[in-house]
Write a protein that binds this ligand. Structure first.
Ligand code: KIV
Length: 303
């Protein structure tokens, strides 16, 4: 196993390098990002995959679920992320409704994420029913990430965000989903909200690298939502979320300090202000003095 040390220069991540990582048992790292500064930080920290997830609907736009976000809204975020990322591979999430009507529309939307957004891969939620569509998107030269298990776009069908693959028949279905997508040519496979034993079985069965979220340690890689790891989600975290920082506390502290400085006139200080040159300042003072003298003469004339 060869692990790139943190901070070391690295190569561009491609669909092929993901396969290499699986072959060499090198864990794949993935985080979501939705804008320029955070995607740039994620990339510069050495993360392999930057997923512009439709979770942006909840994490950034304040929606209750991911169902309402549109292709145009997603593109806005994908373009910003594209500008922030150099080495990581950018994955655009195909939102609900963008591939459900027919394959032609799905392919058209996938190409928009590549042509307009600069994405290098698109992600499609759903199991074996999506295999044919995925095959066609791959035929259109676009690498595809599959996504099975707890698929948030199936919220209404699932009746809530529920761990999937708990019964023997559900496990069989998940295995069918995974192998169908593998055969369809997915470049990687996201496994969300499934028991670790099942995720481990899928990982051993498929040639595509698996990226888990709430799917245990047996996957080829792990993904988390950026806002979850930084305590920016305003709610109790899911069981699988680990918090690596408290950006909410940092932001609150900075905002309160700014407010206090403005209220007490400590901000801005002289060093944080622009100044006139001494020549201009002298000229301005002379001008003002002349105006004051003129005004005094006018007042005396009236009296
Ligand atoms: O939208 C998203 O962030 C995702 C990940 C949770 C895999 O699909």
């Amino acid at each position: 196993m060869s692990l790139t040390p943190i901070g070391a220069p690295r190569h561009k991540i491609t669909a092929a390098s993901l396969r290499d990582k699986k072959l060499h048992h090198e864990p794949i790292t993935c985080l979501t990002a939705y804008d320029y500064p955070t995607s740039r930080l994620v990339d510069e920290a050495g993360i392999d995959l930057v997923l512009v997830g439709d979770s942006v609907a909840m994490a950034v736009l304040g929606h209750e679920n991911t169902l309402s976000i549109t292709v145009d809204e997603m593109l806005h975020h994908v373009k910003a992320v594209r500008r922030g990322v150099k080495d990581a591979l950018v994955i655009a999430d195909m939102p609900y409704g963008s591939f459900h009507v027919d394959a032609k529309e799905g392919i058209r939307n996938a190409t928009r994420f590549v042509k307009e957004g600069g994405a290098e891969m698109v992600k499609v939620e759903g199991g074996e029913r999506r295999a044919e569509l995925i095959r066609q998107i791959v035929d259109a030269e676009i690498p595809v990430a599959g996504h099975i298990g707890l698929t948030p776009q199936s919220l209404n069908r699932m009746g809530g965000y529920k761990v999937q693959g708990k019964s023997l028949s559900d496990i069989e279905q998940l295995m069918r989903d995974a192998t169908a997508l593998d055969r369809a040519g997915v470049a990687c496979l996201f496994l969300e909200g499934i028991p670790r034993e099942v995720a481990g079985m899928i990982t051993n069965e498929v040639s595509a690298p698996t990226i888990g979220i709430g799917a245990g340690p047996g996957c080829d890689g792990q993904v988390l939502v950026f806002h979850d790891i930084l305590n920016l989600t305003f709610g109790p975290p899911a069981k699988f979320v680990r918090r690596y920082g408290d950006a909410a506390a940092e932001i609150t502290h900075a905002v309160q300090a700014f407010r206090a400085d403005v209220l007490s006139r400590l901000y801005p200080a002289d060093g944080e202000s622009y100044h006139l040159s001494s020549d201009t300042k002298q000229a301005l003072e002379m001008l003002l003095e002349r105006k004051r003298a003129m005004r005094r003469r006018q007042i005396t004339a009236v009296e």
